[in-house]
Design a protein around this ligand. Structure first.
Ligand code: APR
Length: 169
């Protein structure tokens, strides 16, 4: 049952012992604030050193590195869309972040992953709409990947947590 394979966690994604945590990065992959800053701080300098080799990442795409000092074995860096009102392909790009990250995890035979609420901070994507896209994309992906074990949505703020509680029922 896909619903049994989706969990909601309130807290800090850098503390999670999963195969991969997803970073809401920017196109440079050279760090930033928000969850990007938290992940780099927790992982240590090795993460940035590896990111420098990746030559950035396009919006909607995902790249993978090791997790370094994080409990997670890998970090999957994805770049969400900046919200420009909803008529610039934002939904498609956000969906692509979730699918691309999951496909990359699957390619690496990973079984558990944790997502932050991509694009809902600095990038300004409305939380309710972003949550709906995230839950739809992950649910559909799990339907066709029965071997994947667990997707965790990690809400750092109360508003996102409440939205996901309602979306996940
Ligand atoms: N664990 C989990 N979630 C977190 C954490 C954390 N430690 N810190 C912040 N968040 C949440 C925020 O509350 C928000 O809901 O991550 C979500 C995404 O917010 P941002 O980190 O601002 O990411 P985003 O909106 O995708 O903007 C990306 O911000 O930090 C820069 O380099 C990054 O330029 C990029 C931009």
């Amino acid at each position: 049952m896909k619903t049994k394979r989706i969990a909601l966690i309130r807290g800090d994604i850098t503390t999670l012992d999963v195969d991969a945590i997803v970073n809401a990065a920017n196109n440079s992959l050279l760090g930033g604030g928000g969850v990007d800053g938290a992940i780099h701080r927790a992982a240590g300098p090795g993460l940035l050193a590896e990111c420098r080799q990746l030559n950035g990442c396009n919006t909607g795409e995902a790249k993978i590195t090791r997790g370094y000092n994080l409990p997670a074995r890998f970090v999957i860096h994805t770049v969400g869309p900046v919200w420009h009102g909803g008529n610039s392909g934002e939904e498609h790009l956000l969906r692509s972040c979730y699918n691309g990250s999951l496909n990359l995890a699957h390619d690496y035979q990973l079984k558990t992953i944790a997502f932050p609420n991509i694009s809902t901070g600095v990038y300004g994507y409305p939380k309710q709409q972003a949550g709906r896209v995230a839950v739809e994309a992950v649910s559909e992906w799990l339907d066709v990947h029965p071997d994947f074990k667990q997707v965790n949505f990690v809400a750092f703020d109360e508003e996102n947590f409440t939205i996901y509680e309602e979306l996940l029922g």
